[in-house]
Design a protein around this ligand. Structure first.
Ligand code: ADP
Ligand code: MG
Length: 259
């Protein structure tokens, strides 16, 4: 079982889109996937069709130690894909957990049992480097960073890297960077290509070969409460996330074999 935190403190870069669609692509390849919605906005929960009325037990209860993982996980319409939903309650965890001494280990402890039920846990992080994101990085084996192919994309990255280093030095020495995935890429756009070149020359092999193109099907799918692979499997967006899933699996295989 692998826990991957999908994180970038910038909003609107494709974290939630990646969590849902990478998760669904891994599920289509018959891996059991749990998406943990760790954003108070609950976009991943909505995008997978979990209405507010069905969010009785949420990741807030999980972090507050008021519910077990089993009680929080819900099935989705996608086979092999589960979700631990979020509500706006989550926005008070920073304050509520603030004084407790194990506050950065809450999610890690809550996910202890996940190995029995899932092959992958994908954590959809909020757009901040808050205690929620730190909980995700402490619980995770690796961080996956979506980077929007636009000007300034690399700017926020150094702060995220500092946070990752801090988490490594304090609470999770084995935390790896799974990779950086370029999102909303447009090959016809000079700026997009420039950002790609800069990112690849700065970060090298950390950058996934797969890029997610700007594709309207990806932005439409959540309003039908479906991952894109169900909404329009032939779309460029769907193909990109299947390719990203395969690349991720191949990288893991290579790591396992010590290549
Ligand atoms: P984040 O979770 O990082 O805030 P989202 O995944 O919610 O970002 O994406 C922000 C917005 O951009 C959403 O409306 C989403 O539908 C849209 N979007 C994300 N990725 C793409 C893409 N590759 N092509 C087109 N629209 C996208
Ligand atoms: Mg989001």
């Amino acid at each position: 079982m692998r826990i991957i935190a999908i994180t970038n403190q910038k909003g609107g870069v494709g974290k939630t889109t990646t969590a849902i669609n990478l998760g669904a692509a891994l599920a289509a390849l018959k891996h059991k996937v749990l998406i943990v919605d760790l954003d108070p906005q609950g976009n991943a929960s909505t995008g997978l069709g979990i209405d507010q009325s069905r969010r009785e037990r949420t990741t807030y209860d999980l972090l507050m130690d008021d519910a077990a993982l089993d009680d929080v996980c819900q099935t989705t319409d996608v086979e092999y894909l589960w979700i631990a939903p979020a509500t706006t309650d989550l926005s008070s965890t920073d304050v509520e957990l603030g004084q407790r001494d194990n506050r950065v280990f809450r999610l890690k402890e809550a996910l202890n049992d996940a190995a029995q039920s899932f092959d992958f846990v994908l954590i959809d992080c909020p757009p901040s480097l808050s205690l929620l994101t730190v909980n995700a990085l402490v619980a995770a084996h690796a961080a996956l960073v979506p980077l929007q192919a636009e000007f300034f994309a690399l700017e926020g990255l150094s702060q995220l890297m500092l946070t990752i280093r801090e988490v490594r030095e304090t609470a999770n020495p084995k935390l790896r960077i799974e990779g950086v995935v370029l999102t909303m890429h447009d090959t016809r756009n000079n700026l997009s290509r420039q950002v790609e070149d800069d990112t690849r020359s700065t970060l090298g092999d950390l950058v996934f070969k797969t890029m997610v193109p700007r594709n309207v099907r990806l932005s439409e799918a959540p309003s039908f409460a479906m991952p894109v692979i169900a909404y329009d499997p032939a779309s460029k967006g769907s193909q990109a996330y299947v390719s990203l899933a395969r690349e991720l699996l191949a990288r893991q295989q290579a790591t396992l074999e010590g290549v």
